[in-house]
Design a protein around this ligand. Structure first.
Ligand code: PMP
Length: 418
């Protein structure tokens, strides 16, 4: 009898029957408050009626029209709509299926356009699991373990993760920019560097927001040396942080934006956006794949964008995010085992540390598992998996945030004994 690979061991052994809004219902009829939202994928909540209807209608019309052969209406409409929300000048789009593929597409574009070999990524960043994307990922050892040789030409600069260094934000930022300049003088000269790839908020790396000064430092260096600034908005985009784009918090203009996850409420779809001038430098035929820009996924994405706008989900993420962050901080204040609580909008991370300041993976995991038993689904993140993250659908309401905080408070007390 066939069985699922042992690799498919879930963080929480729940078999889901169906989802609705912020809730998942398992096969035994138990209701779970889903504060993972599939890592932010179900932005509009599970099975939002408008997204479901749009997909259902599209399935009866056209499922697949490969855009390297024929164009289809949902792809054109989605492109028009994304043009309304993308940073100015980034009006040329290209679609794929997953975040990792969007990263690879941007990597190809950056190398082809600049004719330079190297990319600089930032400590704790996550860009995916395909081999090139994994080579650019440093948010945990498991992503690149056992797959060497990794792609060459990747250099890692520090991210201003102030708590991790034990410094204030300003010191961490100065350090990170100084080290970046040092990289330029040692392993990756500016005229050999094609692009910076950075998440505006480290996602898998522990929900660590960047900052305006750091982003300005990257922008200035990118401009000075002709390096492309690629912002990986796969986890932070589409309202998740309480602004439409994660980088909207930091007043920076990117050259390339990568999108996926929240874009289509769970249907597989990703994309990269750049100026037409830059996009035209990609070599013909080097980009694309069978399923990129699937018509049903595009229809779901169009409905997702409408729902985000019509239901004020960006504003909701900001308000509910504040409530969640404040509540999580109150719980942390009573808990010596919690070293830091941080986030932006509905990306909130609680970092567990031991008495001597070391990452406390065991307590974070125990808390995540205890929460699941109490009906609250959470995930861990961080290079040491010692950060518990809360990333509910953007439709979450005040009462549901209160419910989650109540469960979280009880769980933290029971697990840490504080
Ligand atoms: N970039 C970021 C910032 C992500 O969070 C992820 C997924 N966690 C990816 C890229 C990769 O996306 P996918 O799993 O769809 O390949």
């Amino acid at each position: 009898m066939a069985q699922l690979s042992p690799l498919l061991k879930q963080a929480t052994p729940v078999v889901v029957d169906h989802g609705e809004g912020v809730y998942l219902y398992d096969v035994d009829g138990k209701r779970h408050l889903d504060f993972t939202a599939g890592i932010g994928v179900t932005s509009t909540g599970h099975c939002h009626p408008r997204v479901v209807e749009a997909a259902r209608e599209q399935i009866g019309k056209l499922v697949h029209g490969q855009y390297t052969t024929v164009m289809h209406q949902p792809l054109l409409e989605l492109t028009r709509k994304l043009g309304e929300v993308l940073p100015s000048g980034l009006d040329s789009l290209f679609y794929a299926n997953s975040g990792s593929e969007a990263v690879e597409a941007a990597l190809r574009l950056a190398r082809q356009a600049t004719k330079r070999p190297n990319v600089i990524v930032f400590q704790g960043g996550f860009h995916g699991r395909t081999v090139a994307a994994a080579s650019m990922t440093t948010s945990g050892t498991r992503f690149s373990a056992g797959i060497s040789p990794l792609m060459s030409g990747v250099h890692v600069a520090p991210f201003p993760y102030a708590y991790h260094y034990g410094w204030d934000e300003e010191t961490a930022t100065k350090f990170a920019l100084r080290e970046l300049d040092y990289l330029f003088q040692t392993v990756s000269a500016p005229n050999e560097t094609a692009a910076f790839f950075i998440e505006p908020v480290l996602g898998e790396g522990g929900y660590v927001p960047s900052n305006t000064e750091f982003m300005a430092g990257l922008r200035e260096r990118a401009d000075r040396h002709g390096i492309l600034l690629v912002l990986d908005e796969v986890q932070a985009g589409f309202g998740r942080t309480g602004k439409f784009w994660g980088h909207d918090h930091f007043d920076v203009h990117p050259d390339v934006v990568l999108i996926a996850k929240g874009l289509a409420s769970g249907f597989p779809l990703s994309g990269i956006a750049a100026s037409e001038e830059l996009m035209a430098k990609a070599y013909p035929g080097s980009q694309g794949g069978t399923y990129g820009g699937n018509a049903v996924s595009c229809a779901a994405a169009i409905a997702t964008l409408d729902v985000i706008k019509d239901e004020g989900l960006v504003e909701n993420a900001a308000e509910r995010g504040r409530q969640l962050l404040e509540g999580a901080r109150l719980i942390a204040d009573k808990t010596p085992a919690i070293g830091d609580v941080r986030g932006l909008g509905l990306l909130v991370g609680t970092e567990f540390t031991t008495a001597d300041g070391e990452p406390d993976t065991a307590t974070a995991q125990a808390a995540q598992q205890a929460a699941a038993k109490s009906g609250l689904l959470l995930l861990t993140c961080g290079a040491y998996s010692n950060v518990v993250r809360m990333v509910p659908p953007l439709v979450v309401n005040a009462e549901q945030v209160d419910d989650a905080l109540r469960i979280w408070g009880d769980v933290v007390t029971s697990v840490t004994g504080s």
